[in-house]
Write a protein that binds this ligand. Structure first.
Ligand SMILES: Nc1ncnc2c1ncn2[C@@H]1O[C@H](COP(=O)(O)OP(=O)(O)O)[C@@H](O)[C@H]1O
Ligand SMILES: [Mg+2]
Length: 635
């Protein structure tokens, strides 16, 4: 966990309320004949492409640790199928052997059948029970692993990824997409193995019973194969779109809830409702499309199945009449055929969940294949020992250029040296590049060109713990995590005890308001009564930074929510936090500039003025003008 007190605006609420996968049985919607809202492909494009083979590799890596258990599970199913498929054979045996023997007063074979039949049923029941238990355990472990991987990976990815991907899509990956894999594992996979196994058993038995009858059944597999392939291709596309569509629904939902204040303030409810209904509809429509594909498949496969049964009955009847086939064999063959084609509808169901899971897994694989754009160093370096008398660390921007992934260059070739222990105020118009400078110093991004050095060490080479200990950034948002106020202050300093936490809060001037909360430092910040104002949140963030005690502290408009009457308290809090370290204070309030040793005025990524505050105020530059305007506004 980093000690940085920043969010990128997507303060995630409880993703706990999960969106469940829509029931597949839902009837196709009576879709209104409205023009297609933003074509489904429009948001398909937003998803990360998964590199070829990534999905299969992901599945393999998920199953690899449980090879043995997967083997046992498969064996159980093999045995269970053998027990199930013995039924029709016993029927053939009864008609052709046991009944004639009974006529000859030999009741042995009939008794054997009477005992054997229920025994097979019992055996198959016991084996199925064992199989369900074993496979459920495997499935649980796979899903646990996958969800953990998604979380860890999402947390490890860099800021520029989160700016593009949005929290809603991440939630969708770890809920609906994991859920569709669960469906495949829980129902689909068993279904597939059962179907394949029974195909093999049945065809082998049919061929053994009678070669020509078996051959007719085998021939029917040609058209069935074509049907399956066709279904797979078409349904695959539909399910890809569907998984994107449900993600779009969740994204809209999360965005609206996260932005509920501006939604209210600008009365966006109606517009949102319309947009949401559109997304909801296109998701429903893909569900309808999926069902349609399924229906086509079922109709086609039944046609093939029934035609084959008719052919076998005719051909078999002719041969029984001409005496070249025993009646019992024909009866068994027809029974087997029913068992052969019955699961074909269910095979459709399986392909259904397979397609849905494949589409989801592909999206998850695409996410997991992302590499952080701000990678951990291969050979991490530590900071050299602090240089004796000087508190803080020296910061150097060495010919740094920077452009965000989207958009032009924000920092043109840029050079800046901040001596250890200096407090630097950065001012400039919105969009001048102040926050970008701060984010480069906190290594939220790496420069496109050049280096940022901390006591001579390139931030790219600095070990993550050293970086997080070394540089802390406090922003306007002052995000609070669920937990108590004390937990929130101690977030960057896991070793701190209660006394340390209180000392930090007192130094900042936050002790009084915290003590007045219902449970003081133990107040849960997310519960009713623990509601904390924006200004108070910033005080908590200051206390957090003070306790983390970094060598370099960045405050990016971190005092903007504090009330003007609290100004003196703010000044006091600021000078407490800044003492004994290198500090970069981005301030829109000029009073905070007075405590700085140096002022930088930025414009379009350039530093246009650089000097001691008093010196700049006395001059005739931008800062002097700004300062004069501010003075006048106070008068
Ligand atoms: N995440 C981002 N992606 C793309 N462009 C960005 C991003 N953040 C900032 N910018 C652009 O970079 C420029 C500088 O922004 P910023 O450093 O935030 O300015 P300041 O903090 O001085 O207001 C602006 O033009 C802004 O549009
Ligand atoms: Mg800014």
């Amino acid at each position: 966990m980093s000690t940085t007190t920043t969010t990128t605006g997507t303060g995630q609420r409880d993703p706990a309320e999960r969106e469940s996968t829509p029931a597949r049985s839902s009837a196709p919607q009576d879709t209104p004949p409205t023009p297609k809202p933003p074509a489904d492909d429009a948001f398909t494009g937003d998803d990360l492409p998964s590199p070829p083979g990534a999905t299969r590799a992901l599945l393999r890596s998920l199953l690899a640790p449980m090879k043995a258990r997967v083997g046992v599970t498969t064996l159980l199913l093999l045995l269970q199928q053998a027990a199930v498929q013995a039924g029709p054979l016993l029927v053939a045996y009864t008609i052709d052997r046991a009944v004639p023997a009974f006529r000859r007063d030999d009741s042995g074979p009939l008794i054997a059948v009477a005992v054997g039949y229920p025994l097979c049923a019992l055996l198959s029941g016991v084996l199925q029970y064992a199989f369900i238990q074993a496979s459920a355990r495997v499935n649980q472990d796979v899903l646990l692993d996958l969800r953990g991987r998604i979380f860890r990976h999402a947390q490890a990815l860099s800021l520029d990824f989160h700016e593009r991907y949005t929290s809603g899509r991440l939630i969708s990956r770890s809920t609906t997409d994991v859920e569709s894999l669960r469906e495949l594992l829980d129902e689909g996979l068993q279904e597939l193995i059962t179907v394949v196994l029974s195909f093999v058993y049945i065809l082998a038995t049919l061929l053994w019973l009678d070669l020509s009858l078996g051959a007719v059944a085998v021939a029917s597999f040609g058209p069935l194969y074509v049907l399956v392939r066709m279904y797979q291709r078409r349904a695959g596309r539909v399910y890809g779109i569907r998984s994107t569509a449900i993600a779009a629904v969740i994204v809209k939902f999360v965005e609206t809830v996260n932005g509920i204040r501006p939604v209210r303030a600008f009365r966006r409810e109606k517009v949102n409702e319309r947009e949401f209904a559109g997304l909801n509809h296109s998701h429903e429509r893909t569900n309808g499309d999926a069902l349609l594909e399924m229906a086509r498949y079922v109709v086609g496969s039944r046609l093939v199945a029934n035609t084959t049964v008719a052919a076998i009955v005719l051909w078999g009847a002719y041969r029984v009449a001409s005496g070249s086939l025993e009646l019992g064999v024909l009866a068994a063959a027809v029974l087997y055929l029913r068992r052969l084609y019955d699961p074909i509808d269910r095979l459709g169901m399986f392909l259904n969940s397979y397609q849905s899971a494949a589409a989801s897994l592909e999206k998850v694989a695409g996410l997991l294949a992302q590499t952080p754009s701000v990678p951990e160093p291969a050979h991490p370096r530590e900071l050299p020992p602090a240089r004796g008398d000087l508190p803080g660390r020296e910061v150097v921007f060495e010919d740094v250029r920077f452009a965000y992934r989207t958009g032009g260059e924000v920092l043109p070739p840029f050079a800046l040296t901040l001596p250890a222990g200096q407090t630097v105020a950065v001012v400039g118009a919105t969009g001048a590049g102040k926050s970008t400078l701060a984010k480069l110093l906190a290594r939220f991004y790496d420069p496109t060109d050049g280096r940022v050095l901390l006591d001579g060490v390139d931030l790219r080479d600095l070990s993550t713990p050293a970086l997080r200990r070394g540089v802390v950034m406090v922003t306007q948002e002052a995000f609070l995590f669920s937990g108590t106020v004390a937990d929130n202050i101690a977030i960057g300093s896991p070793d701190a005890d209660r006394a340390d936490v209180e000392r930090a809060a007192k130094a900042i001037g936050a002790h009084e308001f915290i003590s007045s909360l219902p449970d003081g430092y133990d107040t849960d910040v997310r519960k009713r009564g623990g509601r904390i104002s924006a200004g108070q949140r910033q005080l908590v963030a200051f206390a957090r930074a003070l306790l983390a005690d970094p060598a370099v502290l960045i405050l990016d408009e971190a005092t903007s929510s504090l009330d003007i009457p609290g100004e003196r308290a703010v000044q006091h809090a600021m000078s407490t936090v800044l003492k004994g370290r290198t500090a970069v204070v981005i301030a829109h309030r000029l009073s905070t500039v007075e405590i700085a040793d140096r002022v930088l005025v930025m414009e379009h990524g350039h530093i246009i003025e650089d000097g001691h505050p008093a010196e700049l105020i006395a001059g005739t530059g931008k800062f002097a003008a700004l300062h004069q305007a501010w003075r006048d506004s106070l008068a």
